[in-house]
Ligand binder design. Structure first.
Ligand code: NAD
Length: 468
């Protein structure tokens, strides 16, 4: 029986990052992964392949809609779907093989197979039991299903099947206008499908800042995405390579829609199937989430859990940070993770990115705030890049000027948001950002201008009267 200081179960962005940090800290580390490649959902069937297709399809959109304006004239490019798939595979391979290389360099054993925890301090992989002083559970999540809808990953697909369809569908339905639904809907719409997104809720992106959701709805509509709110999918039926979707509308009426393909994107659920025996000592709540402390300790001594299987947002970077925090705790270091400063991104175009609280949340809490907003239409760099949709919205405490939230919709918002994350992590005031020198011309100047606008001092726009 091999013994380790740490066995990490799962090699997604939570697990592999945690394993590398454990090894760096001198702990004898193994990582269990049952799939053929390392990297979990994110690298194999999630963040990375979807970004490869989003990038490729964005280039197509630019060529079709924006090249001529910049004097680039040619016949419209055609999509070679097989080649685009190869590009995506190449991107995945580069990433997953990179993790394998890092495991070797850090002397991390990859235990190939599916793990279970038969008892405290033990991990069973295949027919071999390994002992470990510490166990880190990082088994991630899987797509949620809807009752009455049979997913076959051909006609009715999850986010996994949606990345490997055999051809570009003519008509595509997406259930759920959440992060996954909007990103996948965007890919297929740019590739030429007619996309209808059905969302049960009456409000679009109801948890994000209202200014952002309003602008996103406007931009996506302009691109031709048909987002139908208050549309609850109740059942589906597949026949003759088509899918009939029964929808209950907000006004109580029902209708049936017929499409080629259906993507179910109604959330994800923690994946712990077959993992925990009754003797493991690890408690799981009614929704399948492993119960943990703020520092990711489960109820079983020496067992930690991180990422999508525990409370908090299901985001790869949140999982990675928890993985590093737990490795540091095991190695006896002092460490901390700031759950109030986790950025979110939706990779449509324009991208949506935010950190901290929304204007609506802060008002509901009775916090007096100041808001600075700067549109990309007034940014020289955005104009030069022909990418002027959206804005930066910065919210600061009216009394202390401390930044409480930043909400961006625009090109490269995923990169820009890091500036606000760093500022908030360091407890900056809006004035700190306003006094900082930003490179010109850059999209980031919009953050500078939004910070200036908090007190009505933006340079490249007419300032509105200061809000109370
Ligand atoms: P989500 O919770 O963001 O959205 C699901 C949507 O489906 C909700 O708006 C819900 O109201 C709707 N819905 C549920 N049942 C319905 C029905 N019967 N008919 C119509 N609509 C229905 O979930 P998701 O988009 O599947 O994403 C899952 C998780 O993965 C999220 O936690 C997300 O953060 C994470 N993720 C993040 C990224 C990113 O950071 N860019 C990308 C992909 C996934």
């Amino acid at each position: 029986m091999a013994s380790y200081d740490v066995i990490v179960i799962g090699s997604g962005p939570g697990g592999y990052v945690s394993a590398i940090r454990c090894a760096q800290l001198g702990l004898k580390t193994a990582c269990v992964e049952g799939s053929d490649t390392l990297g979990g959902t994110c690298l194999n069937v999630g963040c990375i392949p979807s970004k490869a297709l989003l990038h490729a399809s964005h280039q197509l959109h630019e060529a079709e809609h924006n090249f001529a304006k910049m004097g680039l004239i040619s016949d419209n490019p055609v999509v070679d779907w097989a080649k685009m798939q190869s590009y995506k595979t190449e991107v995945i391979d580069g990433n997953t093989k990179g993790i394998e290389f890092l495991f070797k360099k850090n002397k991390i054993d990859w235990l190939k197979g599916w793990a279970s925890i038969p008892a405290a301090g033990q991990v069973l992989v295949g027919d071999k039991t390994h002992s470990s002083k510490h166990i880190i559970i990082a088994t991630g999540s899987e797509p949620s299903a809807l009752p009455g809808i049979a997913i076959d990953e051909k006609t009715i697909v999850t986010s996994t099947g949606a990345l490997t369809l055999d051809k570009i569908p003519t008509k595509m339905i997406v259930i759920g206008a959440g992060v996954i639904g909007l990103e996948l809907g965007t890919i297929w719409q740019r590739l030429g499908s007619e996309v209808v997104v059905l969302e049960a809720m009456d409000n679009f992106l109801s948890t994000i800042d209202k200014d952002l959701s309003k602008e996103a709805a406007k931009c996506l509509k302009k691109q031709g995405m048909n987002i139908r709110l208050g549309a609850l999918v109740t059942s589906t039926e597949v026949a003759n390579n088509e899918v009939k979707v029964a929808v209950k509308k907000a006004d109580g009426d029902s209708e049936t829609l017929t499409f080629d393909k259906l993507i179910v994107a109604v959330g994800r659920k923690p994946y712990t199937e077959g993992l925990l025996s009754a003797d493991s000592g690890v408690a799981v709540d009614g929704r399948g989430f492993v119960h943990v402390s703020t520092r990711c300790k489960t109820d079983a001594p020496g067992v930690y859990a991180i990422g999508d299987i525990v409370r908090g947002p299901m985001l790869a970077h949140k999982a990675s940070e928890e993985g590093m925090m737990v490795a540091d705790i095991i190695a006896g270091h002092k460490t901390l993770m700031n759950y109030d400063c986790i950025p979110w991104v939706i990779y449509t175009h324009p991208e949506l990115a935010w950190v901290g609280k929304t204007e609506q949340e802060l008002k509901a809490e009775g916090v007096a705030i100041k808001v600075g907003k700067f549109p990309f239409t007034a940014s020289g760099r955005a104009m030069a890049a022909n990418d002027t949709q959206g804005f930066v919205k910065l919210i600061a405490d009216a009394e202390t000027d401390r930044i409480l939230g930043c909400h961006i919709i625009g090109g490269n918002a995923s990169e820009l948001i890091a500036q606000a994350v760093i500022a908030m992590e360091f407890g900056s005031s809006a004035e700190d950002l306003a006094l900082t020198v930003f490179a010109h011309p850059s999209m980031g100047e919009a953050i500078h201008e939004a910070a200036l606008a908090v007190d009505g001092h933006a340079i490249h726009m007419a300032n509105r009267k200061k809000r109370k």
